[in-house]
Design a protein around this ligand. Structure first.
Ligand code: UDP
Ligand code: MG
Length: 323
């Protein structure tokens, strides 16, 4: 087998980029990253998450031109979490930076991140503010983080996304977590290690559009709430207890009232309110239990997180066979 890319010595810095329909941003991104850390040996790991545009062709070209570019292409869209996992698995560097393909994560932060890593931090978290974002998005985000931090065991910070540098042992810790349902923000926080925050001003997306629709964000919010603990179940238990105590008290009062002042028939309103109220409460509770059961179901199937359609290694082999 000819080894096309020369010596396989470990790259000190791996850059993992999940890409979904990013054909226009990849070349400028690659260039900007190259310029950001001149002189530092870098390994690029692009993961094409089942893009339907020319992303894969662009990646093939980049890999052919630059031997430090590796890519993995999924058989279909598996989501950003799966793409990040695939990238982390392939990264070989002592430090691994994860960043978005759309240039919203400024490459100019890389030198500072590397510097903080060299000072001994295992996680350098680039945190953006929300300037320039729509009011609704800002407010819902704030609400989300407040609720989540109240109800889950790990801490999530607003603006702290997936843009971060991880040390080798942090990456290994993430990779050792076997769960199928991956909520990366929570996992990063869960592994711990020394963490430092690096704030930066928000940037607008350059090309293409955000793939986060409102529905997707709501699902993400529920994932965040439910993937990390069973506190919501505990809350429901207390809610149920409270409703039961209230209902018992009311029942006693009704019986006492009937004994003292004779049976009175009116009470239609009370009955309707009670029936609808209890029905609603039970439906929500069942839905929540269903969510947990669904999670157990998905975990128990032990499916792979993604399937690979092609990698740079395949691409390198094909022309050799044709020759
Ligand atoms: N992405 C992905 N798979 C998806 C959706 C998005 O790999 O199913 C990538 C996308 O290419 C980008 C990053 O995840 O590099 C963030 O996506 P996006 O910019 O749409 O999200 P936002 O910046 O609005 O949070
Ligand atoms: Mg983006």
């Amino acid at each position: 087998m000819p080894s096309s890319t020369g010596s396989p010595d470990p790259a000190p810095l791996s850059i993992v980029v999940p890409c979904f329909n990013e054909e226009n941003s990849l070349v400028p991104l690659h260039e900007a990253l190259r310029e950001a850390v001149p002189g530092v040996p870098v390994e690029f790991v692009f993961v094409d998450d089942g893009s339907t545009d020319g992303t894969l062709e662009v990646l093939r070209k980049l890999a052919a031109e630059d031997p430090s570019v590796r890519y993995t292409s999924f058989s279909r869209n598996f989501g950003k979490e799966a793409a990040m996992l695939a990238g982390l698995r392939r990264a070989t560097g002592d430090a691994v930076v994860i960043l978005d393909a759309d240039l919203q994560h400024p490459p100019r932060l890389l030198p500072r991140m590397l510097q903080l890593h060299r000072q001994g931090f295992d996680q350098v978290v680039a945190t953006r503010d929300r300037r320039g974002e729509a009011f609704l998005r800002r407010t819902t985000a704030r609400l989300f983080y407040r609720t989540v931090n109240r109800w889950i065991d790990v801490r999530l910070d607003d603006g702290a996304g997936d843009f971060r540098l991880l040390s080798r042992r942090a990456v290994d810790a993430i990779l050792a977590l076997p769960e199928y349902n991956r909520f990366a923000k929570g996992l990063f926080s869960w592994i711990g290690f020394s963490t430092v925050v690096l704030p930066y001003p928000n940037e607008r997306r350059r090309t293409g559009r955000s793939s986060w629709t409102a529905g997707r964000l709501i699902n993400y919010a529920f994932d965040g709430l439910l993937s990390f603990n069973d506190k919501p179940l505990r809350l429901a238990l207390y809610g149920g207890l409270l409703a039961t105590v209230f209902a018992l008290g009311y029942a006693l009062w009704v019986v006492a009232h009937a004994v003292v002042s004779g049976v009175d028939v009116p009470g239609y309103t009370t009955i309707i309110v009670a029936v609808i109220g209890m029905g609603g409460f039970q439906a929500v509770l069942l839905g929540m239990i269903g969510e947990y059961v669904g999670r157990i179901y998905r975990e128990s199937k032990r499916r792979p997180h993604f399937l690979i359609g092609e990698t740079d290694e395949d691409a390198a082999r094909v022309p050799a066979q044709r020759r």
